[in-house]
Design a protein around this ligand. Structure first.
Ligand code: ARG
Length: 464
């Protein structure tokens, strides 16, 4: 029997059911739906719409439904088009005509919006916690590698040496912005739509403020039409996760490159790499590649939802059912990716000798030579051209650059010393720069940022 059988002469067609069911994926909302129903029943009790015996009977039926679902002995019926229908049907079976009062003053439209926000709040704090754990892994590895340096790249061409810790923290700071975004999204979506009804509120003496508080929301909706139509929060989460996915993807790309024989900057731990079915010698960076690959899907989830939303008039339209699969998929995939990438980073072996050898190529200190001349009063453009000429000369005549520097009247031995291995990186001393002094300070700042972030996460969890 459908929820709307009164108005209809017959049963829905099989094709309709097959096309419109959401039960296969919205079962994920079962716990949130029960929480939402409990708050609604308590609200109906406070309003005197249910007697205390009736409220108790429905709450007891909800307990049993929860138990059956948790123990996976809940029997779904072919007519359960979604989890909300299934739970209400079972409550009515258990509590009889009293159970049939559960849906009083409520629509699936405000119910679904409420369930989805409860789900989102919980998952966002889980996600933010996992991003935080990855940031900690970056901090730990950055501390461990000390003053090791490697080439910094622009256009994937060696540019200037940077500390490895500096490079690692660059990823750390990007993730810190991700946590910030997830928490801001969570705060903005902390609104209860329950009590908006199908679209217009109710003639019954319901109290949306009280059910909002009962469910732990920061506030209730301001406008019933907006309450049941608003999926901004889903779009925002999908954006946050797409951007987080972009960060994981570019990190993955680096691990792919760094683990090649050509770079040889890292060796992946065996437990975090895969082999080849045919080529016995292979060790493949699959976690890194999937961190890159799954990002396409996260971006697709965002663009797909925006396309779904763009043509919808107010208020509820069945199109909105299409919000759930992209959201669930993005959350699930991101949680898996974060755990795998954290394991990869914690276990990877850095080849600091290879990194430093690559960064010690004398031309990497070319800008230091130019700045040496600038310190002597030469205009930077002139200095740039002079050093550029020496580099070209060195390449064309196959002479070591250091010999040309030694021999040049404006440069000489003190300038040649800048080309010694390990010297250039120590000269990046400005705040936020890539040298040891600045990075020591940066490490302290990142550490205190993480402490602050942990407090914020704790608060979010407590207010869940
Ligand atoms: N499963 C649907 C969804 O997730 C429920 C829609 C029911 N609402 C309605 N008025 N048809 O959106």
């Amino acid at each position: 029997m459908t929820l709307w059988h009164g108005r209809f002469g017959g049963d829905p067609s099989d094709e309709l059911l097959a096309f419109t069911v959401s039960l296969p994926f919205d079962q994920k909302l079962a716990g949130d739906d029960i929480a939402c129903s409990r708050a609604h029943v308590r609200g109906l009790g406070r309003a005197g719409i249910l007697s205390s015996e009736e409220a108790a009977a429905i709450l007891e039926a909800l307990d049993q439904v929860e138990d059956e679902l948790e123990r996976a002995i809940f029997t779904f019926s072919p007519e359960d088009e979604d989890i909300h229908t299934a739970i209400e049907r079972r409550v009515t079976e258990l509590a009889g005509s009293t159970g049939a009062k559960l849906h009083t003053g409520r629509s699936r439209n405000d119910q679904i919006a409420t369930d989805l926000r409860l789900y989102a709040k919980r998952e966002l704090s889980e996600l933010a916690g996992r991003v935080h754990a990855l940031e900690r892994a970056f901090l730990d590895r950055a501390v461990e590698v000390g003053d090791c340096y490697l080439p910094g790249y622009t256009h994937l061409q060696r540019a200037q040496p940077v500390l490895l810790a500096h490079h690692l923290l660059a990823h750390g700071w990007a993730l810190a912005r991700d946590v910030d975004r997830l928490l801001a999204t969570s705060a903005r979506l902390d609104v209860s739509p329950l009590g908006a009804g199908a679209l217009a509120g109710s003639s019954l003496p319901l109290d949306p403020d009280a059910v909002a508080a009962d469910l732990g929301f920061a506030r209730r909706f301001e406008n019933s039409l907006d309450a049941v139509s608003d999926r901004d929060f889903v779009a925002e989460i999908l954006f946050d996760l797409a951007l987080l996915g972009v960060h994981l993807s570019r990190l993955g790309e680096e691990f792919v490159l760094w683990s090649t024989d050509e770079f040889g900057f890292v060796t992946l731990d065996d437990a975090h790499a895969t082999g080849s079915s045919m080529l016995p010698q292979k060790k493949n960076p699959d976690i890194a590649e999937l961190a890159r690959g799954k990002c396409g899907r996260l971006i697709g989830n965002l663009t797909g939802l925006l396309a779904t939303l763009k043509g919808l008039p107010l208020a509820y339209n069945r199109d909105l059912q299409e919000d759930k699969e992209p959201l669930f998929d993005a959350v699930d995939q991101t949680l898996l990716a974060l755990a795998a990438v954290t394991g990869l980073l914690r276990s990877v072996r850095f080849h600091t000798d290879r990194m430093e050898a690559a960064a010690d190529e004398p031309a990497a200190a070319a800008v230091d030579l130019a700045e040496f001349l600038v310190a002597d009063g030469m205009a930077f453009r002139e200095a740039h051209a002079l050093v550029g000429g020496l580099v070209r000369d060195a390449i064309e005549r196959a002479v070591p650059l250091v010999e040309l520097v030694e021999a040049h009247p404006a440069l000489g031995t003190p300038a040649a010393e800048l080309l010694e291995p390990g010297v250039a990186v120590t000269r990046r001393t400005t705040a936020g720069g890539a040298g040891p002094k600045a990075v020591t300070e940066q490490l302290a700042r990142f550490r205190s940022h993480l402490t602050m972030e942990e407090e914020r996460l704790g608060r979010t969890l407590r207010h869940g």
